[in-house]
Design a protein around this ligand. Structure first.
Ligand code: MN
Ligand code: MN
Length: 297
């Protein structure tokens, strides 16, 4: 029986389906990450997979590499190919009518194995965090488990990047899931959807803002006065998107006029220029623990 405070979404099928598609898109991205592959082409392949499987991208594919921790998506004319030895984070989101799944994994491009320890630290941090999920349980238990697993590899979690609760059309809802213990006394609620996402680094364990990237988001509804802008808001709501997706000339022009209505995300880089690995799953807080929504098996 559901507890009185349970928060299960009414359309759980949508959340599960979005999770499955996001997980498959993540695996596709990892498999395509070869030397010479353009980051732009990789993003388009992953986002196209999501669109072809009954969902929409919940945000532009984040293809951050090396000391870039998050929020790098290529522009429409991004010329950079992947290189052997790049440490690439494939962080993808899918949504179905606002039911969002967010998932990531890290691959070392080109079959070298210099950073296996970093990749494993992030993955083991994620697995430990998922095991610590309990309905009604403290978020800090998850944070503590993540931190211990990353430390066990002799590495640092990035303390100012966190997991997060997810609500309809809201990728980062009210709760944070820190990757370091001692930052929160809040609890998980049965039926809640949360993303757990450890970042492991051989740097100092925090991030700095890099240059502004190509990911933007409406701060609020721009209203109907500008029809092209209204069409864009109808399409993306408050979810992150990128100019690469705006191919209609009238809408592209509206986007140019709307700068003040948009939040632009900076690329996050490791503050000590350490290299960064990330692993992320979206999970449903079930009656007996986490149900991983973005698993592929
Ligand atoms: Mn996330
Ligand atoms: Mn993510």
């Amino acid at each position: 029986m559901k507890s009185p405070t349970s928060r299960y979404p009414a359309d759980l099928d949508h959340w599960r389906a979005a999770g499955r598609v996001a997980g498959e898109a993540r695996e596709l991205g990892l498999s395509l990450a070869r030397p010479g592959m353009l980051r732009r082409e990789l993003a388009e392949r992953v986002e196209g997979y999501i669109r072809d499987h009954g969902a929409a991208p919940a945000f532009p594919a984040n293809l951050s590499r090396n000391s870039e921790a998050a929020h790098y998506t290529p522009s429409a004319d991004d010329p950079e190919p992947l290189q052997a030895g790049d440490l690439l984070k494939v962080d993808v989101g899918a949504h179905i009518e606002g039911a969002i799944a967010d998932t990531a994994a890290t691959v070392e491009v080109g079959g070298t194995h210099r950073y296996d320890n970093l990749v494993r630290a992030a993955r083991e941090g994620l697995e430990a965090g998922i095991r610590a999920v309990r309905p009604g349980g403290p978020i800090d238990a998850v944070s503590r488990a993540v931190e211990a697993a990353v430390h066990a590899r002799g590495l640092k979690p990035i303390r100012d990047l966190t997991g997060h609760s997810i609500e309809r059309y809201l990728l980062h809802a009210g709760k944070s899931i820190p990757n370091v213990a001692g930052f929160t006394d809040r609890r998980l609620e049965e039926g809640e959807v949360v993303a757990i996402e450890p970042f492991a680094t051989n740097g100092v364990g925090s991030i700095a803002n890099g240059p502004f990237g190509h990911i933007v988001r409406f701060r609020s509804d721009p209203g109907a006065a500008d029809p092209a802008l209204a069409a864009l808001f109808h399409r993306f709501r408050t979810l992150p998107f990128t100019a690469r997706w705006v191919t209609d000339p009238a809408e592209a022009a509206a986007l140019g006029r709307a700068r003040r209505l948009l939040q632009t995300y900076p690329v996050f880089v490791e503050a000590g220029r350490g290299w960064v690995a990330q692993a992320e799953h979206t999970v449903l807080v079930g009656a007996s623990g986490a149900e991983v929504l973005t698993a592929t098996r």
